[in-house]
Design a protein around this ligand. Sequence first.
Ligand code: HEC
Length: 218
Amino acid sequence: MMTRNSGKVIVFLMLAILLVGSVWLSAQMESEEGDENAELIEAGRMLAELSDTAGGQGCINCHGTFGVGDLELAPNYRGRTEEDIRNALESVEQMDFLEVSEDQVVALGAYLEWLGGFVPAKSELRSNSFSPTELTVPAGAEVQLIVDNRERRTTHFISSEDLGIEPTEIRARNFDDFLWTAPDEPGTFSVFCDDCDEGDAVLTIVVEVPEDDGESEE
Ligand code: HEC
């Protein structure tokens, strides 16, 4: 009796070890895939942001910070794919001078697709205040808050308890982004410029439920 039972225990233990092992292995593989994709996205971001002299392609010089297309030189390209980039490189006259390798197209594609998952909300820092001072985002959205410091010399620090942003330095002529999931309920949230003048140094983020959604939920 004893031996039969201990045999069962051993089989059980072996199965348990196998199960735990395979769960661990697949979690490991998934996180490696995640890491690889994160690296690709980061590489794409560098290519888009850095000038050619710094090893990048300078896409943002025409397409705007994080590709929002606000420079009126080139359209918003957030959410575009590798294929769209290849097509643009072939057909857009203004992009003729670019020499983008196939590896770079892949990284840029991963980056643009990643950007497409977020609603951009952009404000600039000028003359010691935010401009605009209010941004509206849809409830429940994955938001990419973009703060572009347009001051010529002044470094600013921004922070937000509401959005979970620790005091962050943004140097003159530099920008940064902060990812935030807007709540499902409407409300207003504040981002502060800690060292700007008092008064206009608050950026208010208004979370609104889009009208169609409100109706279809009725
Ligand atoms: C010198 C300015 C300039 C630069 C630099 C530039 N682009 Fe463009 N790009 C344009 C213009 C202008 C268009 C729009 C052409 C049109 O619609 O006629 C465009 C269009 C595109 C499109 C198609 C967008 C769409 O859906 O309509 C993609 C994708 C794109 N560019 C990606 C890139 C990437 C990636 C880089 C960096 C490697 C880059 N561009 C650099 C000017 C530029």
